[in-house]
Design a protein around this ligand. Structure first.
Ligand code: NAP
Length: 278
């Protein structure tokens, strides 16, 4: 089986490491030649270059570029292939991609592997990133059943746990559990930078440990990805941010009013509910 990966960064490179380890022929295309060479050196591809023509005769192509480059990349791929091919993407939003992509390519299926890290680029690629991680597939009424079958089998072969939903429901759900956390976590870091007393600020920087590491991880990561989550999933993200603001105002008012029973009830509910999300 010959698999093409376009965009050899954290996700594309990690995919490549697993696929090469499984013995597939893996052709990588990326924007910069230096990235292609690093991918080759790391064993994330068996062949790589900057030309889409390398992807001819692939059985499956996975687009792993930043969100804003997915549709332009798909257009380029479609116009350079001599025969049709099943194509999927890994973009963190689906609504703005899947409908147009299916018009451009009748064998397109939208995917979103729910796996990653705060790092980016080919250097950050790791093996087994998708093992046991959820992967969302977002077929629409025009999606080819055969293409869906191929893409499902592909992610399952990497150990992903498949979920099927619409692009709209996907975008609403990930706004809550992925895009909102990025903004909250970023706001946490930003708020800490505003500590006015210099002595307190340096002490806080010295004392920050596992709690701060966990809560700041997603807010201190890939800037472009966070920005694109806001740009391309704006409405759903705004809805979750506004609910968050309401809850924050409630919490402030309860602490100001020393309503400790309410604060306890709030924290207890959160303690009970957390396992339902993990
Ligand atoms: P990344 O580490 O920054 O990698 C993206 C790679 O795409 C870059 O290394 C860049 O390669 C390449 N690229 C950029 N523009 C390109 C273009 N026009 N044509 C070809 N290659 C191009 O980002 P990532 O975290 O892997 O994210 C990639 C995709 O995965 C995004 O759509 C994101 O929404 C999705 N995703 C990310 C995560 C996560 O946690 N990071 C999780 C799930 C899904 P060069 O070095 O050659 O410029």
């Amino acid at each position: 089986m010959k698999i093409g990966i376009v965009g050899l960064g954290l996700i594309g490179g990690s995919l490549g490491l697993d696929l090469v380890a499984k013995g597939y022929e893996v052709v990588g295309v990326s924007r910069r030649l230096s990235t292609c060479n690093t991918a080759l050196a790391r064993g994330a591809v068996t062949r790589a270059g900057t030309e889409m023509g390398l992807l001819d005769n692939c059985d499956l192509i996975v687009i792993c570029t930043p969100i804003q480059a997915i549709l332009p990349t798909l257009e380029q791929i479609v116009s350079s292939l001599s025969s049709p091919c099943v194509i999927t993407d890994v973009g963190s939003v689906k609504g703005v991609i899947v409908y147009r992509a299916t018009e451009l390519c009748p064998h397109f299926v939208g995917s979103h592997p729910m796996a990653g890290s705060a790092n980016q680029g080919i250097e950050a690629a790791v093996a087994n990133l998708f093992e046991n991680a959820p992967c969302v597939l977002t077929p629409i009424s025009q999606t080819s059943p055969q293409a869906l079958q191929t893409v499902s089998a592909f992610w399952q072969s990497l150990g992903s746990r498949l979920h099927f939903t619409t692009p709209e429901l996907h975008d609403q759900a990930v706004a809550w559990i992925s895009h909102l956390p990025v903004m909250i976590s970023a706001n946490l870091i930003y708020s800490c930078t505003q500590i006015k007393d210099k002595e307190v600020l340096s002490l806080a920087q010295l004392l920050a440990s596992s709690g701060f590491r966990d809560t700041s991880r997603v807010g201190g990561g890939n800037v472009d990805l966070g920005l694109m989550m806001a740009q391309y999933n704006r409405d759903s993200l705004l809805a979750s941010l506004k609910q968050y603001r309401e809850n924050l105002e409630y919490l402030i008012s309860q602490i100001e009013g020393e309503n400790w029973d309410n604060v306890r009830a709030f924290l207890s509910l959160c303690q009970q509910q957390r396992p339902n999300f993990l």
